[in-house]
Unconditional design. Sequence first.
Length: 538
Amino acid sequence: MKMTFKIIIGYSIWILFTLTVNAQEVDKNEKRPNIIFILSDDHAYQAISAYGHGLNETPNIDRIAKQGAIFNKAFVTNSICAPSRAVILTGKHSFLNGKVDNVQPFDWEQSSFPKLLQSNGYKTALIGKIHLNGLPLGFDYSAVLPGQGAYYNPDFLINGKKERITGYVTDITTDLTLEWLKDQKDDKPFCVFYNQKAPHRRWLPAIRDAEKYTQMNFKQPETLFDDYKNRGASAKTAEMDILGHMNLTGDNKIYPSTLDEMGLAENMDYNSRAFDLSVGRMNKEQRAAWDAIYGPINEQFKSAYKEMSDKELKIWKYQRYMQDYLGTIESVDDGVGKVLDFLEESGLAENTIVIYTADQGFYLGEHGWFDKRFMYEESLRTPLLIRYPKEIKPGTEVNELVQNLDFAPTLLEYAGVTIPSEMQGASFRKLVNKENLEWRDAIYYTYYEYPSVHMVKRHYGVRTVRYKLMHFYYDVDEWEMYDLEKDPQEMNNIYGNPEYVGIQDMMHGRLTEMRKKYGDSDENDQRFLKEYLEAVRK
Ligand code: SGN
Ligand code: CA
């Protein structure tokens, strides 16, 4: 008996041993996935046809969802450009990675997922807008726009060296990405950030798209004329109203000379500067093509303006806004198509993860607004689509709450690299494969950049599947709570409503728990406030 037992044990150990060795061998021989991370700037989920809002068509971006997965509840941790990028790179909340607003410097010395991929044998590249100061670290190649970048004839910093490239920024970013991809002939897996500037303000489309989009008319959001009744001071005092804060020249492409002729030259200094920074960069040919499209719009505006009520002017501005904003997305979508085609043609598609997302959401007239920053849904939520034919089933939908905090751990897991314990997100790989049903039921949010352009007050909050609790602070001390099931447009602040006492207590509990879990505090808020005020006073 004893002998047989020993033999069985010995045999089992041997089987286990061979299985383990084989598993390791398989891992080693298996080529690790390539990664193409497509990050556009201010691209609202409402402006991707896969999300079904009916505003525009994005057939190529939609391909990613059809052949892979679409996330219906993807959020940011801080709805503003540079901080969001810092969160994506580091996998840490703003108050830990230090990039809390667009003003504070980003510390490239800290750990990031591209650095970890690079030190684990990946070739890495960063192409397009990054909006973080200094030479990017963790990349074998970088070709980035300085700051916000320009739409026409942009400067690029190619491995730190400035070069002006003639053409349209979205097309150039795509071309640079394709060139880099075509150069990847060695055996190493790659990870490239393909970052578009579009559709960031001031929304200058490619000429070919401006022609089409300026002829179009778009449906208005239900809340375009929101009066912010039942909301707090922050919504009421924000400066992002389409009627009052979107400007006619820089934003709506009415020439300074047209306004001059109309006797509407108030604010002219600001307006003409914005105009010079965008349209003013065009060469003669580009300008002539631009004038052929926007000249007639200027003429129409000149004759129609006198008769316009404020309501009509707001609708006119909204239509101009959508024509240009959605116009810029057409070339983003074309670029995605070219990159996907390249992957198919080169045989790389099967083993390449393609992610499409944006640095935050954006208001397309909801609540009468443009811009972002708020923890309300349209700016909190981003598009997120992912394709990885080798693993992800076509047509997958993910409804759990994910955040941009999750990209770093997710991509490290796909690449087989250990996820550092200080990263705060979680890998959503198993979630996409429907293997893991244990997932968070709440997310945490912080926003700091105030007082600043658009005047959205400092706030933080928690969002669960159904409710949202927010605290606005600094020059106010206000709480807002929304029932997203009954009030998805967030028109009714229920904080203090006796019917919701229990829910309110529960949400306060969730908020305390989140602040503790992620390591945030009132002391952090006060410190960042002090640092911000010092920086902007300089
Ligand atoms: C610029 C824009 C703002 C925008 C910020 C931040 N004005 O200042 O509308 O909110 O950038 O945007 S513009 O007239 O210069 O376009 S972010 O995406 O970089 O955070
Ligand atoms: Ca942005």
